[in-house]
Design a protein. Structure first.
Length: 339
């Protein structure tokens, strides 16, 4: 009896200890999870209160002027999404996403509940589930957030592809044509053309300047970027002119499906009056976009042009079909006077 009771007692103590360990483990786990949630909440609050801006003023200014900051408030976007009945699952998740390190690089992003007006914010690209900031190797620590060195930022094409290369959303895909081109060879990435390298203090509390990248993401609204996108060459032989168009863009051109590029050819009389005008529109709608590095030759009949006339060829970029003539951008121009 005694022995049995003693034995039971030992079992009882053992079970009690096990329970305690379980309890401590569970408590620890909840505490850890609460800490993570607290850090994530603090990051959102800090973003809202201007903390990221005060320690990273240069990066903030660049981002603020980029289309990533406007991905939600952009009127062109809102006008288009308005007509989509299930926009919350079809559209909004990329224009105001949750941090992609939480939903998974390459996975379809999820719609964010808060701060939608901040579009593709700093947190979308940098915040992980532990509340830390991921990026390339940092030169300093800060009390405000933990720094995590993560190799995906060095050549960030996979990061960009989370929104710019979803297989189910071909209208917003710049990544697949890039990957199939020689632009993807070596150390090139989407950042090569859209996030120029800059050496600077990466925060107001850093001690040394290190190499980083500008957060400008200049695209189709930048005249400089558009002038780099393609080249034109004219070759005149009596009766016709060959217009050689060469794309220098790292992906399909134009990159967006709302955009169009007009190749315009005009014969001008010596006094400048237009004698004849022809044009070709290059767009997703016409299914004739240019691949990276593609050279295409268009031949025009010049029988109507006379000696002394000027043949003028232009490439003109149009953001949307509503863009007025005054706001279209001249990408390239070449002229030839008929001898
Ligand atoms: C008190 C100042 C301070 C605040 C506030 C702050 N940061 Fe930082 N942050 C730093 C410092 C210092 C570094 C390291 C910079 C360096 O490498 O020189 C850094 C690095 C980073 C990095 C790169 C991390 C890495 O390992 O590559 C990211 C991303 C970042 N911060 C984003 C943010 C965001 C987003 C916010 C707002 C939620 C924010 N920071 C708020 C000081 C701050
Ligand atoms: C979380 C989603 C997301 C990620 C990740 C993302 N983008 Fe974007 N990006 C967008 C959206 C949405 C827009 C469109 C904003 C608009 O025009 O309303 C955009 C627009 C752009 C533009 C067009 C700017 C303009 O003025 O025409 C460029 C260039 C760009 N992104 C490059 C990049 C690069 C490079 C990366 C990777 C470093 C990247 N993006 C990562 C969602 C994302
Ligand atoms: C997989 C992420 C993703 C989804 C889903 C998505 N978009 Fe986008 N959207 C982008 C990216 C990235 C860009 C910028 C690149 C481009 O234009 O291809 C963009 C750009 C746009 C633009 C161009 C804005 C401008 O500056 O002219 C419009 C309009 C737009 N999206 C509307 C929509 C609509 C409507 C839906 C739903 C039917 C939708 N998007 C779904 C990622 C997405
Ligand atoms: C569309 C994704 C994206 C967004 C939005 C974004 N970043 Fe970055 N960020 C990157 C990438 C990619 C790098 C790596 C650049 C490199 O190779 O140096 C980076 C690097 C950094 C670094 C390290 C220094 C550097 O340039 O390498 C800091 C600090 C940083 N980001 C802060 C911010 C802050 C603050 C914001 C918001 C104002 C922000 N980022 C918004 C993609 C993003
Ligand atoms: C070799 C340089 C180069 C590389 C590499 C490059 N781009 Fe571009 N990108 C351009 C040029 C030039 C334009 C302007 C022409 C245009 O609108 O397509 C542009 C435009 C864009 C636009 C704006 C499209 C629109 O309709 O508004 C987006 C979005 C974009 N790029 C995303 C990316 C992404 C994502 C990658 C990586 C897969 C990438 N780019 C790689 C040169 C490049």
């Amino acid at each position: 009896m005694n022995l049995k009771r003693g034995h039971l007692g030992v079992v009882g103590v053992g079970l009690g200890l096990f329970g305690c360990v379980l309890l401590i483990f569970a408590a620890n786990f909840t505490l850890h999870a609460e800490n993570e949630d607290r850090r994530v909440t603090e990051a959102y609050q800090g973003f809202q209160d201007g903390k990221c801006q005060s320690c990273h003023p240069a990066i903030w200014r660049e981002w603020e002027n980029s289309m990533h900051a406007k991905a939600w408030v952009n009127e062109i976007y809102q006008a288009a999404a308005q007509h989509i009945p299930d926009r919350e699952t079809k559209c909004d998740q990329c224009h105001a996403p949750q941090p992609i390190l939480m939903t998974g690089i390459g996975k379809m992003p999820k719609l964010r509940g808060r701060q939608r007006e901040a579009g593709v914010s700093c947190l979308v690209c940098h915040l992980d589930a532990e509340g830390a900031m991921n990026g390339p190797a940092a030169s300093a620590e800060t009390y405000f957030h933990a720094n995590v060195t993560n190799p995906i930022y060095i050549l960030p094409t996979a990061l960009c592809a989370t929104c710019h290369g979803q297989e189910s959303v071909p209208e917003h895909d710049q990544v697949s044509s890039f990957l199939e081109s020689e632009f993807a060879d070596g150390n090139a990435s989407c950042a090569t053309c859209h996030m120029p390298i800059v050496k600077r203090l990466q925060s107001t509390t850093s001690h040394e300047s290190i190499k980083g990248r500008k957060h400008t993401w200049r695209g189709s609204r930048s005249v400089t970027q558009l002038k780099r996108a393609a080249t034109l060459q004219l070759q005149y032989t009596s009766g016709k002119v060959d217009v050689k168009l060469h794309s220098r863009t790292g992906h399909i051109l134009p990159g967006g499906t709302l955009r169009s590029i007009v190749l315009e050819i005009v014969f001008l009389a010596p006094d400048g009056t237009e004698r004849q005008k022809q044009h070709i529109t290059i767009s997703a709608e016409n299914e004739n976009r240019l691949l990276p590095n593609e050279t295409r030759v268009y031949t025009f009949d010049t029988a109507a042009a006379k000696t002394g006339n000027t043949i003028r060829v232009r490439l003109i970029y149009q953001l949307t079909s509503d863009t007025p003539e005054s706001r279209r951008i001249l990408m390239a121009e070449k002229t030839h006077i008929i001898p």
